[in-house]
Design a protein around this ligand. Structure first.
Ligand code: HEC
Length: 152
């Protein structure tokens, strides 16, 4: 290879390598923000359903059902927010234990999806007692994962 060509390649590499590293880092950060966004939607619907259950006069079966269904959709969207390999250098509250106990974490992701599904079913049944029970199960599922896998 000509000396001049070699120098050009080195010269280009100085610019391109840091550029692609930055690209990868920002994509990893975008993925963190994606999952945080999904969690925020879940927390919003959760809080609105909680208000309805705490105050009978606020209870609106149709609105409750809509939010329970949305919780199911959001729970299904969560796995996409967690890559199988732990990204380095991202700003996140996710503990590294997630990637050390990947199978357990997957179970917790499945659990929230099935508990949200249970809530949607209970809401459809119109039985308030089973709605309250299913709502409690969803809350426990959130907490169960946070206690283990989210930084306080
Ligand atoms: C499978 C585990 C898991 C389940 C289930 C779970 N969370 Fe989380 N949650 C996390 C992790 C991990 C984070 C930290 C995300 C990050 O910062 O990357 C988090 C973060 C959050 C945040 C903060 C988002 C931010 O911007 O930092 C909220 C709000 C939240 N969760 C609400 C909920 C609610 C409400 C539920 C239940 C309906 C729930 N989560 C269920 C694991 C879970």
């Amino acid at each position: 290879m000509l000396e001049q060509q070699r120098r050009w390649i080195l010269y280009l590499a100085c610019f391109l390598l840091p550029y692609s590293a930055t690209q990868a880092a920002s994509e990893a950060q975008d993925q963190v923000e994606y999952r945080e966004g999904v969690f925020h939607v879940m927390a919003w619907d959760f809080s609105q359903m909680k208000r309805m259950l705490e105050d009978e006069s606020r209870y609106n079966a149709e609105d409750f059902q809509r939010r329970a269904n949305r919780l199911v959709d959001m729970a299904k969207m969560l796995p996409e927010g967690f890559p199988e390999t732990r990204p380095k250098r991202v700003k996140t509250d996710a503990k590294k234990q997630i990637w050390e106990n990947w199978d357990d974490f997957q179970q917790k992701l499945n659990d929230i999806e099935s508990k949200a599904g249970g809530l949607a079913e209970a809401a459809a049944s119109g039985n308030k007692e089973s709605v309250t029970k299913a709502f409690g199960a969803v809350g426990n599922s959130c907490k169960g994962c946070h206690d283990k896998y989210r930084k306080d």
